[in-house]
Ligand binder design. Sequence first.
Ligand code: TNX
Length: 588
Amino acid sequence: MPTIPATPAESGPEPLDRLPGRQPAAAELARTAARSAGDLLTPPAPIRLGDVVPAPERVHPDPAADYTLTADAAIRVSPAGREVAEQLAGWLRPATGYPVPVTDAPDADGLLVLTLSEAPLGGAALDAARPAGPVDAARPVDGAAGEGGVGVDGLGDEGYRLDVTGAGVRVTAATAAGLLHGAQTLRQLLPAAIDGAAPVTERWAVPGGTVVDRPRFPYRGAMLDVARHFFPVEDVLRVVDHLARYKLNHLHLHLTDDQGWRIAVDSWPRLSEVGGLTEVGGGPGGFYTQADYRRIVAYAARRHVTVVPEIDLPGHTNAALVAYPDLAPGKVPPPPYTGTEVGFSYVDPADERTYAFVADVVGEVAALTPGPWLHLGGDEAFKVPADTYRAFVERAQTLVAATGKTVVGWHQLAPAGHVDGRVLQWWGTNGDDPETADAVRRGARVILSPGNRVYLDMKYATDTPIGHDWAGLIDVQRAYDWDPGTHLTGVPAEAVLGVEAPLWTESVTTLAEVEFMLFPRLPAVAELGWSPRSTHDWAGFRERLAAHGPRWTAAGITFHPSPDVPWPTPAPTIPTQPTGDTTDAPTH
Ligand code: TNX
């Protein structure tokens, strides 16, 4: 297994004696020899190539081709992939202590061992090192995804190919999103200590072979309710990092509710200035300025996460009514609300001014949001008669469509008329909803968030210190063992856009508590959204997931040590309940 390839390669390191103007310095030769000797003496990488969450579509291990990251590692990348390469370097530097430079120079000095490319690369040493023919269907592809080998052309918007040989590592993808997903896979293939914030001595081995991977569903998300309790920008950025780690690509922000209005709207300033001052339990609340919101959106975009803003209408609007009592039925100013009941508030559907309010708000939010979606809420407007509700929703949908955004709403929107592309987010608990199935027949697509599977505000067990249980107790296996493609009667897999795990925050007050509810269930939902159904296997998943406990510990991520998961022994230092402490800030 040559450490230095015999021929010049686009992807692998140049032979030292062929670099222009350089003679093989004795020190370099010695280092090369030492590395080769080390490769012969060291055991295989302790992590197997398939030990990734979410499970990749195809994995072809080659234990003879493990790669070891060393101090001279550099990342070579085309300009379009630079942002991803910088992120990868940012993950590798703290724990390795290596400089890991990023370069797009084809003749850059130093050994180039990681290559990100947006285009297929031919004739490189890494190609020579991988097995001939299509990658083995060690994990066969789901029906629609095709058969046989998958070339770069078949990777789609988010897929990637990862090749690991003794000579180096290469991620190939058609898009920067695919490159990032591949880089996340590479990160998981390094020892857990890679997630630490300070240098440690470790053999940074990566298991050899090839991974070819792409998602099952295009929409994979989580929702954070920043209305019941407000979470500062830094917390939201860290949640974005958590999503990206597991290849989730949408962050739904529940921005408004009875207890608080969290986004500044210039044309209706009291919404945030007055409506933002409350939260559940009487705390100070808060809101995002438009600059704050833009910062979240931009941070997410760099991680290929799309923000989906939700303005919940016509119910869940007490905070808006406190700010603008003219919007309230009967113009009666309601008192601020800091409890946890639902369904009592609504904007006056009989007043034209309400529709001016809706148009202004969705107009400003749409202008701040580069992503295609705008979520209208629509849930639990219990005090609005069905006909009135339906007429309100139809006008509101039209106002959203006029902004150029695609309407998303909770499945209560189903009876309203179809608007182009609209998406219903199903949060029921019985897998059967004729109204939603009917809306799908009329053209709607569905995001699945079954309350009894992926509502991450549900307790894990009766003794979970925070959370609800109205949809049942949800431990990891329950969150994992269902199929979004067949879950909802009368809704075919083709109508399923994807999955989303909502985290409501009536009882969740700190970032540590957010993480405690997300981990370890969020990766289960991520796997349902990403991995081909043929890989679905609880026994295998819990083993792969277990290896993430030490990663979360190294990264300072709080998690619930669920008894569903065989955490490695000796047990990592795991807080048994939310502690409120966090040790690292989001990476910028
Ligand atoms: C139902 S799910 C709600 C939320 C609550 C949640 C608590 C949905 C669309 N509405 O208002 O926060 O239950 O689990």
